[in-house]
Design a binder for this molecule. Structure first.
Ligand SMILES: [Zn+2]
Length: 314
């Protein structure tokens, strides 16, 4: 993957940009109370102004190769300004197209496309306590929860004990977690921006082994190996592998699993495990402006076994 990255960066250097397939016609929305803007993409510079919550801007997103911080360039009053992407969110038009709960497996949530911060599925149910780890109640959408229970029971039958350590999280809760994480490290790749967390779908869990394996250590447990072999037949797929960092923009997370349904999951799991790039779904909006590349990511914070506190969840 390192070679691939070097090759990609070389291509980026030759073409003068670090981006692919990003639609400029769909605006990003400021979710933070206030978002500083700069006349150059540098957090060390003095801000030249602020955007406020609800402001909409559009333009290409790039990643600063030195700091790994993401920037959106936009035009305002005849000037090109730069806003750190950390204060922005962008719902995918297809996620907005229908009222009510998003159809499971058809939700489009990644670093580039998201859901409104007030989206909350109506069919959240509690995860049975015997499968939960830590304090507080865990909830998932009913279908995802039933599939999770079936999967955990199948694992138990083989003497393996999986536990849920995180599940549905609301948009406002993700704002709290993400704000704390970017204050520590504006370039971090372990916590999703608000509206872009798979946890807000109610179909995603963080898992651990009952007998101790959590975080990066989960990858070394028999429970993790079992999931890699069997998760897809229950509809569950691991979202982030070491080899998917350049496409997803997130570190490897053996614990983070999303329910896509038993029909879609096997093909998706095979694709992810093989390292094939994820399928990109373009928005269904008129697109007269040129499509620009997604940013490329550096793999600098995907080192195995990095310590994780509760705030470092996606
Ligand atoms: Zn997670």
């Amino acid at each position: 993957m390192r070679l691939l990255l070097v090759a990609s960066l070389l291509v980026a250097a030759l073409t003068g940009c670090t981006s692919r397939n990003l639609d400029l016609t769909v605006p990003w929305i400021v979710y933070a109370d206030e978002a500083p803007v700069f006349d150059q993409p540098s957090l060390d510079a003095e801000p030249v102004g602020h955007l406020v919550q609800g402001d909409r801007i559009a333009g290409p997103v790039t990643v600063d190769p030195d700091t790994n911080v993401e920037w959106l360039a936009f035009e305002r009053d005849g000037r090109t300004l730069h806003a750190p992407r950390m204060h922005l969110t962008r719902p995918h038009p297809r996620n907005l197209a229908r009222p009510g709960d998003l159809p499971i497996g058809e939700e489009i949530v990644d670093r580039w496309w998201g859901i409104p911060l007030d989206y909350e599925p109506s069919d959240l149910v509690p995860v049975p306590e015997r499968f939960a780890s830590g304090r507080g109640e865990h909830t998932l959408r009913r279908e995802a929860c039933e599939a999770l229970v079936a999967m955990f029971e199948a694992a138990e039958a083989e003497g393996l004990h999986l536990r849920v350590s995180s599940s549905y999280r609301s948009g406002p809760r993700q704002v709290e977690i993400y704000t704390r994480n970017i204050a520590r490290n504006p370039a971090q790749r372990s916590s999703a921006p608000p509206g872009h967390s798979e946890h807000q779908l109610g179909t995603t869990v963080d898992l651990r082994s009952r007998d101790g394996g959590g975080g990066q250590g989960f990858a070394r447990t028999p429970e993790s190996a079992w999931l890699e072999r069997n998760g897809a037949r229950f509809g569950w797929v691991r979202s982030y592998y070491p080899h998917t960092v350049p496409q997803t923009g997130y570190i490897s997370e053996p614990w983070h699993w999303r329910y896509h349904g038993p029909e879609r999951a096997p093909a998706l799991a095979a694709q992810r495990q093989a390292g094939a790039p994820p399928v990109t779904i373009e928005p269904e909006v008129p697109s007269e402006l040129p499509l620009l590349p997604d940013p490329l990511y550096l793999d600098r914070d995907s080192a195995p076994d990095q310590p994780r506190g509760p705030g470092r969840r996606r």
